[in-house]
Design a protein around this ligand. Structure first.
Ligand code: SAH
Length: 214
């Protein structure tokens, strides 16, 4: 077996052993090559290790097992319109694009938006679009969404995002102070309101209001 093939097998094995068991999620993560979203340089050869890695603008590409568990919790259906807040490298959005009808991903740093969109274009992912926007306000012009995934930590689930979730819809969001342990929360919109489930401790960069200064 080639080195790459072996590393990919280990990658999938690590995902399974950390609790990523949903077949559709594993298939999507097998198809989307994390190496396409990790910048070249110092950390390029660590793309298939289960660890977060630095990307431009002082941000991080999340740990693969956390990407898998969040995607699994979101329970995306083939007809869904999905919003991701925090494009970063575009890796998570590319995985969502394998599972959903349409994915909008918003990011406050222009450079990250441009690089992610270039990756989507190069890989021929036509149902995912990266946009420069403050995701704490959601994306009113495309609302409501069937699923919302926030990949930066908020102190509370942002009100505009709750408002843009369709009835029956699911939002997964890390909640807590940026330098403390955060909890991954699953919010389900019911006919009467919202249900909250606490999933697991996580650690994400903070959700910051407004656009990045460049
Ligand atoms: N999902 C990414 C990793 C996200 S890191 C991936 O797969 O690589 C979190 C990202 O959220 C950072 O890029 C950060 O700039 C962005 N972010 C933080 N606050 C934001 C906001 N209010 N609106 C949009 N993006 C935000």
């Amino acid at each position: 077996m080639s080195d790459t093939a072996e590393r990919k097998m280990q990658f999938l094995f690590a995902l399974r052993s950390k609790g990523v068991t949903d077949k559709r999620v594993l298939t999507a993560m097998e198809k989307v090559d994390r190496g396409d979203f990790v910048p070249g340089g110092l950390f390029a050869d660590r793309a298939y290790e289960d660890m977060p890695l630095p990307i431009a603008c002082g941000q991080t590409i999340s740990q693969p097992s956390v990407v898998g568990l969040m995607t699994q919790a979101l329970n995306v259906q083939p007809r869904d319109k999905v919003l991701e807040v925090g494009t970063g490298s575009g890796y998570q959005a590319a995985i969502l694009s394998q599972l959903a009808r349409r994915v909008y991903t918003v990011e406050r740093h222009r450079r990250l938006v441009q690089e992610a969109q270039r990756s989507f274009d190069r890989l021929g992912l036509t149902n995912v679009m990266a946009m420069l926007s403050d995701g704490s306000r959601g994306l009113p012009e495309q609302a409501p969404f069937d699923r919302i995934l926030v990949t930066a930590a908020a102190e509370d689930p942002p009100g505009p995002l709750l408002a843009q979730l369709r009835e029956g819809g699911i939002m997964v969001v890390p909640v807590g102070q940026s330098d403390a342990v955060q909890s991954l929360i699953k919010v389900t919109r019911t006919p009467d309101g919202f249900e909250y489930d606490e999933l697991r401790p996580v650690r994400f960069v903070p959700l910051v209001e407004g656009l990045g200064q460049e």
